[in-house]
Design a protein. Structure first.
Length: 298
């Protein structure tokens, strides 16, 4: 008999909301790679394979983080901690998702995307979760590489190769990750301290963290202009990126000057809006330029 509660618990163990954002960015990577003649088989199967392996990575992360999740307020109701799911069943589930996803990518998309996605899974689920998260305050910076791959994976799924703009898309998420998670770490500092996770506010203090959020946001601002600098996008994207960056910088500088963390949760939430909107501007710009070029040709 179908049990919706158990089904939902498996999805929750996979960090479904995080996976949804990852698939959104991989989808954008695919659209940018081939906007005029999309291969819908690659679009569907590529995102399916990436999604399945991402679901597996999320479940492995929760398997390995059970001790920490029991302590932290925001994670203590996760399915494994609450006992809705057993460790054995989640191991089986994560293994099936990983194998299915890899086979889809390897046999129906291309080997480059399959191996890159597997590397991302290993990087996040094992290297980050088992080692980096527990050993260094730079865990988010180094481990962010694994989480920054989805648009690159979307691009390689469509093209079978790594191009400059695909690397730029990777760099955007890579530089976005530290201010995003450090803002959360400021907001949840006491929980990370109790769980003995060496996040930056715990090891170096709040002021040091606020400074580094500001520095990485400035770095993100520069990187976000690269699509325009390398002539991949037009002034439409530049205008949108400028507005988004000004809002981001306003929040982080205001928090820095106030010398408190009252805006940290707002920065965390805005960073999600920022990333979604930035990629939205990028794809809208791409199709706008193509439409203008087609009209001028006609």
């Amino acid at each position: 008999m179908f049990n919706f509660k158990i089904y939902r618990a498996y999805l929750e163990s996979s960090k479904l909301r995080v996976v949804a954002l990852m698939i959104f960015t991989s989808f954008i990577g695919m659209l940018l790679a081939n906007p005029l003649s999309l291969n819908f088989e690659v679009l569907i199967l590529g995102n399916l394979g990436i999604a399945l392996m991402s679901l597996s990575a999320g479940s492995i992360n929760q398997l390995l983080d059970q001790r920490i999740d029991k302590i932290m307020q925001r994670t203590k109701k996760r399915p494994l901690v609450s006992g809705i799911l057993s460790t054995k069943n989640v191991i089986i589930y994560a293994s099936i998702m990983a194998i299915l996803g890899f086979c889809i990518l390897y046999f129906r998309i291309n080997t480059l995307t399959a191996w890159l996605t597997l590397a991302s899974l290993v990087g996040y689920a094992f290297i980050y979760t088992l080692y980096l998260k527990r050993s260094t305050p730079q865990n988010i910076v180094i481990g962010g590489a694994a989480g920054a791959t989805p648009p690159l994976l979307g691009w390689t799924a469509m093209t079978g190769q790594i191009d400059l703009i695909a690397v730029v898309l990777f760099l955007i998420i890579f530089t976005w990750t530290p201010p995003h998670f450090w803002a959360l770490a400021l907001y949840r500092k006491e929980e990370y301290f109790a769980a003995k996770i060496p996040m930056l506010p715990v090891t170096h203090g709040e002021q040091y963290t606020r400074v580094h959020i500001t520095l990485y946001t400035l770095m993100l601002t520069i990187v976000s202009f690269l699509p325009f600098i390398i002539k991949f996008s037009s002034s439409f994207y530049l205008a949108g990126a400028t507005i988004l960056n000004l809002i981001f910088l306003y929040y982080v500088i205001k928090m820095q000057l106030a010398k408190n963390n009252l805006l940290s949760n707002k920065i965390f939430n805005y960073s999600i809006v920022y990333l979604s909107a930035l990629f939205g501007f990028l794809i809208a710009d791409r199709y706008l330029v193509l439409l203008i070029n087609i009209k001028s040709f006609l």
